[in-house]
Design a protein around this ligand. Structure first.
Ligand code: AMP
Length: 404
């Protein structure tokens, strides 16, 4: 182990910065709870905090109808044939500003002056790596092969989930699993036919735009920054940046995000169909299988009427296998969620009437990783992930020829 990789806040973002790692407790989380906590008062004693900050900023006016995202005309710039309205133009200017900003800023710009970086040597035991993640309150770490002195990919929650899958298929191999080192994870992943450790990386001086593009292409939610040491010509892991960090950097620095005033129902960003969901009673292993099969980072937990009760997140598996105690994998999703730490920041929700300007505002103020889209009766409508926002910000047509 060489040193640290928590997720530093962008320097410009210090006023709104969160205190700890991306899934750790934050003072903002406490603020959010004060501001928007609505206890669902349902199932089990683990009632999550529901945070719908956007509704507080801009309550629905009377008579404003909830519309399914598929309703209404497609007014995304470039996808309609009608002439552009001032409203369309404003949205387009907002997107242009974000793209221009991401093209002139680099990943170095996102890093604060001082930060920690935790890197795991590939000869570390998997179970020890898990303890270190838990102790440090982080959810990923770059890997280093000290035999070849090279960067060896990024260890993420997905790798622990893959290990769980392996255990589930080979329960008799528990003793062997306990002795697995990080460098054996790739073989395990190949053996069960799943995606192997992420190897995508980027030089910290490349434009942020490129870092975003690489993450979207690789479906990675974070990307390690790898430089080459001038003297030794060896690779050097500098830090890593996440989709959240970049979007927060944008929200702090690009004032034109205020121009993104179209509601989600018009933009149609996010996923609304064929959602992976579960119930409190669903075995947690079934939920984990869904995470893997669909390559998603969350599964909303609903009651029998489709009301949102909670969200099982990929990071929730870490506590389930803490101390190599795989027994907890026999729990139901509801019971598994009760193991979450008390400082869980809550579930962020929005409606199809919310707009990207307020969503960026929420990202600036809170450590949001996704927003669950619900209606006024808390019925699940969709999921808006940071990757959906990034995809829209980078790749949606601008509706004119000189869009880039
Ligand atoms: P994420 O894994 O959160 O980065 O999301 C990757 C993609 O999967 C995004 O387009 C999300 O909208 C979508 N997604 C996230 N969660 C779910 C879910 N439970 N069911 C279906 N799609 C989802």
């Amino acid at each position: 182990m060489l040193g640290d990789a928590g997720e530093p806040d962008p320097p410009q973002a210090s006023a709104a910065r969160a205190a700890v790692d991306e899934h750790g407790a934050t003072s903002e989380a406490a603020d959010a709870r004060k501001q928007g906590a609505v206890s669902p008062g349902q199932e089990g004693n683990h009632a999550p905090h529901f945070v719908a900050p956007l509704s507080y900023l801009r309550p629905l006016s009377r008579g404003q109808q909830q519309q399914p995202p598929s309703g209404g005309s497609d007014s995304r710039p470039g996808t309609r044939h009608k002439p552009m309205t001032p409203y369309d133009r404003e949205q387009r200017e907002g997107l242009r500003a974000i793209r221009a900003f991401l093209k002139v800023r680099t990943s170095y710009d996102v890093l604060p002056l001082s930060y920690r970086l935790i890197v795991f040597d590939t000869s570390l035991l998997v179970k020890k790596s898990l303890n270190i993640l838990l102790q440090c309150g982080i959810v990923s770490a770059p890997l280093w092969d000290s035999k070849t002195s090279t960067f060896a990919g990024l260890l993420t929650v997905s790798d622990y989930i893959n290990l769980i899958q392996y255990y589930w298929q080979n329960p008799d191999a528990l003793g062997q699993i306990d002795q697995f080192k990080l460098n054996s994870l790739r073989e395990i992943e190949r053996a069960i036919g799943v995606n192997t450790i992420e190897t995508v990386s980027i030089h910290p001086l490349r434009p942020l735009y490129e870092a975003c593009t690489r993450m979207l292409q690789a479906r990675a939610r974070r990307i390690p920054l790898v430089d080459v040491d001038d003297e030794t010509q060896r690779e050097m892991v500098v830090s890593l940046v996440t989709q959240y960090r970049i979007l927060k950097f944008v929200s702090v620095n690009v004032k034109e995000t205020a121009m993104l005033r179209k509601p989600l129902r018009e933009l149609k960003i996010g996923t609304y169909d064929d959602l992976a969901t579960a119930h409190m009673e669903t075995p947690v292993m079934d939920v984990i299988h869904q995470l893997v099969k669909r390559n998603i980072s969350c599964v909303p937990i609903l009651d029998k009427d489709g009301t949102l009760l909670n969200v099982f997140e990929a990071v929730d598996v870490i506590v389930l296998i803490k101390g190599s105690d795989y027994e907890k994998l026999n729990l139901s999703a509801g019971k598994a969620l009760e193991l979450r730490s008390d400082d869980f920041p809550g579930i962020y929700t929005c409606t199809v009437n919310d707009r990207l300007d307020t969503i960026f505002d929420t990202i600036r103020r809170s450590r949001v990783h996704r927003l669950v889209i619900i209606d006024e009766a808390k019925q699940l409508k969709g999921v808006l992930s940071l990757s959906d926002i990034l995809e829209y910000a980078l790749n949606s047509p601008l509706g004119d020829e000189d869009e880039q």
